[in-house]
Design a binder for this molecule. Sequence first.
Ligand SMILES: Nc1nc2c(ncn2[C@@H]2O[C@H](COP(=O)(O)OP(=O)(O)OP(=O)(O)O)[C@@H](O)[C@H]2O)c(=O)[nH]1
Length: 349
Amino acid sequence: MGLSWQAVPVVNLELSTGYFVDIAEQLLSGILDTLPLQVAVIDQASNIVYVNQAWRTFGLFYGLELDTDWFGIAYLDICRANEDTNQPQLLHGIQKVLNGKAGQFSIDYLCHTPTKQPTWLTLHVQPMSTNLADSQLFLLSLTNITHHKQVEDRISALTLTDPLTGLANRRQLEQIMRDEWSRAIRHQSSLSVMMIDADHFKQLNDNMGHAAGDECLKKLAGILKHYTNRPGDLAARYGGEEFVLILGQTTQQEAIKIAERIRQKVMELDIRFAGHRLMTVSIGIASLSTQQSHTTKEQHARNQSLNFSEDEHLLIEQADKALYVAKKQGRNRVEVYDKHHRLTVPLTA
Ligand SMILES: Nc1nc2c(ncn2[C@@H]2O[C@H](COP(=O)(O)OP(=O)(O)OP(=O)(O)O)[C@@H](O)[C@H]2O)c(=O)[nH]1
């Protein structure tokens, strides 16, 4: 028999209770099977008592048949078998709801199926207010949020990346600098920062044109990327024709070697402008040695009011001063922050 919303109240009056329940069940399962989100009902032991069509369809990606008998399978066992990201939090959260210790639980997690691209899902579980069964039932839903996550990732890449060179932008540089600075202090390890500036770039632009200037910056960025491959390293465009490298667990001596290689590689690009002039870079280096990070850690311990956010900019400021000296000394050279102006972490009185 066909069913429409208008038809329900009219036929309702003449229906026996059993027949009405039958129609209501059809209507309900029709609604649940039409939903794009995956719905299951589980009992207190997490055993599945109902799944909708979207749930069955998603089962195909695990290599299961559409008519798989889901009933009686413990959902927590499924979670344990799939070593998805956030599995411990997922199990813990569901268990808390089943034990009545939480009113509901939601989590976003990355789900790996053997036959589908990794899929981001939001899992939501909460008790149902129903007296249909002796035991408490719980509604569990899975919503596919992969598309939203991809958009989110794209936006965050755009906000953290320089569009011309693909290197980190200043915002990302500040975040990573903060992390690497506190890591160096915590582990009393070395940390170096390098500031790199293209020489006579105004002249290069004027002579070759702005578009060619852009291409030169991209080539320079490619070299910088090559020397920042280790975890804790970052190459960032600081602005215009100025770049900053963060080199985690890198001593001053190691940073000098890297800087010299970068300087050589830029010359090997053999970009010439204004007749004969070779494109070159000037580089300033500042380093936090293991002793200095140790001292800084002690100072921090002594004085909790010391402001970390002021400290983390110190190396960039010092590298900038060293770069200024490199420019003054004639360009196409590497300078280290002056020994006589050793890294001094500000101490409050
Ligand atoms: N093509 C291009 N040029 C840029 C970009 N950003 C900054 N510049 C140019 O870089 C030049 C920097 O000039 P200056 O600050 O005078 O420095 P310089 O000519 O390199 O001189 P020194 O640093 O002293 O060697 C300016 O002409 C800017 O217009 C960019 O994204 N693309």
